[in-house]
Design a protein around this ligand. Structure first.
Ligand code: PEP
Ligand code: MN
Length: 353
């Protein structure tokens, strides 16, 4: 009897090996189909085809396994094959390090982002007047800041809050940056504004609230200008990368990923800085990554420690809001640094710059 069991087990081993070879062959063929579908831009998952295959298998099931068991087993095989097909897609993403092993260096006017040295992006939340932006630009340029930020079109939660100076803000921001040898970055919210904003700004910012505004992503992709892509406040890392892909797919390779905190249950801070996402972005993509500590924390006392943590984690720069008189700022007045505050911030991170 025991000899018989041994004999049958040898049979099972042989069948296992055959099944393994058949599964591998099936996997290779599925991957080949996946490659063709990717090239043609076709989806990999085809529920009708899966249902047909399951119908065929149930009809031809000779037993002893009940049809439900056969279905369950084959569904696992289908799932594994689909994963192989999707893995083929991963290889061709333009954001991926696999597609582009060398890190991308973004040249924006006089600023280099993603080069040897981390970059500082600073300026007021909103451009409010010529005096305000001029004073800020002069102060920051003297301290080595190469990128001046300032909103002209502001995404405000309330439609009755200050919405920015619009085109006048663009003129003031661009002029101040030019006078002080800085690059100018400002947010664009509407596809209709991409052209005028690109005329004045060295870098276009897509804000957190617009990260999945696909028409806007395409349009900034076509502008040919470097883009700061903020992570949406509830966006997964994958969604953030896909958003970057929209811009890259338009032939614009000058994309900088900006982690700015995500919304969590925490209330002591405006958002929660997701440093893991910033590090993942460095590992998985070839794009420069900047951490916006201001919008993440929403308070000034956390800016220096968070900037230190981000720089120690290897990001390409930090983004911080600075205003000559934050208490009277027309937007984000709780979180902007005043000039002495920025001096202290700079001192606290200097050894990492
Ligand atoms: C900003 O940078 O001024 C801004 C509105 O940021 P976010 O889109 O990250 O909220
Ligand atoms: Mn702001």
């Amino acid at each position: 009897m025991e000899a018989r069991i041994k004999e049958l087990r040898a049979e099972i081993d042989r069948i296992n090996r055959e099944l393994l070879l058949l599964l591998s062959e099936r996997g290779r063929i599925a991957a080949e189909i996946g490659r063709i579908q990717t090239e043609l831009g076709l989806p990999h998952y085809d529920p009708v085809r899966e249902a047909e295959m399951l119908d065929d298998l149930t009809r031809e099931n000779p037993g002893p396994f009940p049809s439900e068991t056969i279905k369950r087993l084959f569904k696992e095989i289908f799932k594994a094959s689909l994963a192989l097909e999707e893995a083929e897609d991963q290889k061709v993403f333009l954001y991926s390090r696999k597609a582009h092993p060398e890190p991308t260096v973004v040249e924006a006017g006089p600023a280099t982002i993603g080069g040897e040295k981390p970059v500082l992006v600073a300026g007021p939340c909103s451009i409010e007047s010529e005096e305000q932006i001029e004073q800020t630009a002069a102060f920051l340029a003297e301290r080595g800041v190469k990128v001046l930020r300032g909103g002209a079109y502001k995404p405000r939660t309330s439609p009755y809050a200050f919405q920015g100076l619009g085109r006048r803000g663009l003129e003031l921001g661009a002029a101040a940056a030019r006078r002080h040898g800085m690059a100018f970055v400002t947010e664009v919210m509407d596809t209709r504004d991409v052209e005028p904003v690109a005329e004045y700004a060295d870098i276009l910012q897509v804000g957190a609230r617009n990260m999945q505004n696909f028409a806007l992503l395409r349009e900034v992709g076509r502008s040919g200008r470097p883009v700061f892509l903020k992570r949406g406040m509830s966006a997964t890392v994958e969604e953030w990368f896909y958003a970057a892909e929209y811009i890259l797919a338009q032939g614009n390779g000058q994309v900088v990923l900006v982690e700015r905190g995500i919304r969590t249950f925490e209330r002591w801070t405006r958002n929660t800085l997701d440093l893991q996402a910033a590090v993942l972005a460095k590992q998985e993509t070839h794009l420069p990554v900047i951490v916006d500590v201001t919008h993440a924390a929403g308070r000034t006392d956390l800016l220096a420690p968070m900037a230190r943590a981000a720089l120690a984690a290897g990001v390409d720069g930090v983004h911080v809001e600075v205003h000559p008189n934050p208490l009277v700022a027309l937007s984000d007045n709780q979180q902007q640094l005043d000039f002495p505050g920025f001096e202290r911030f700079l001192e606290a991170i200097r050894d990492l710059l």
